[in-house]
Design a protein around this ligand. Structure first.
Ligand code: S3P
Length: 169
């Protein structure tokens, strides 16, 4: 992995992207940017509110605009929302300056990590476990476009971060 390239973390909700981004930021001195945080800032409301009031398609439009902006930056760690890879325009833009790292996580581990969380509108369903499986099945080929894949089950963010740093040396 070329050291000068942005490190772009992709993967399902609960994969640990934000925690790993912080580890990488501390180790490299590069700032980390979260696409979700930028969306919340741009819209002045929460992700739940955006989904509730305008729906997913609207959210994806805002997300795409944000991705186009952040992908122009250099020397940053980018913590991408779990659905960013679904749009090939996002993947193409991010790849120009960056290396995509897929943090892979099993459905059981995702459910365990997210079961007490309420800020994931896509999982607000009567059977979140089934929804996680369904979304992961559909999304796996999109995540597989990443340059590197690391399994995160049973690992701390520090361990995953160190593995990513080793890919660059
Ligand atoms: C989404 C993941 C969320 C957020 C939104 C949609 C998804 O980000 O962008 O709720 O489609 O997987 P995290 O992956 O950071 O939870």
């Amino acid at each position: 992995m070329k050291v000068s390239k942005n490190i772009i973390l992709v993967g399902f909700m609960g994969a640990g992207k934000s925690s790993v981004a912080r580890v990488l930021s501390a180790a490299t001195g590069w700032p980390c940017v979260s696409t979700d945080d930028l969306i919340v800032q741009a819209e002045g409301r929460s992700i739940n509110e955006i989904f509730r009031d305008n729906g997913e398609a609207f959210f994806r439009d805002v997300e795409r605009r944000i991705i186009l902006e952040v992908s122009k930056r250099q020397s940053v760690i980018i913590d991408c929302g779990g659905g960013v890879v679904l749009d090939s325009r996002n993947v193409e833009a991010l790849r120009k300056n960056g290396v995509l790292v897929y943090l892979q996580t099993s459905p059981a581990e995702i459910f365990r990590r997210l079961k007490t969380q309420t800020d994931r509108p896509l999982l607000k369903t009567p059977d979140p476990q089934a929804k996680i499986k369904e979304l992961l099945d559909y999304r796996s080929p999109f995540y597989a476009q990443a340059d590197h894949t690391l399994m995160t089950d049973g690992k701390t963010p520090e361990q995953v971060g160190q593995e990513i740093l080793r890919l660059r040396s």
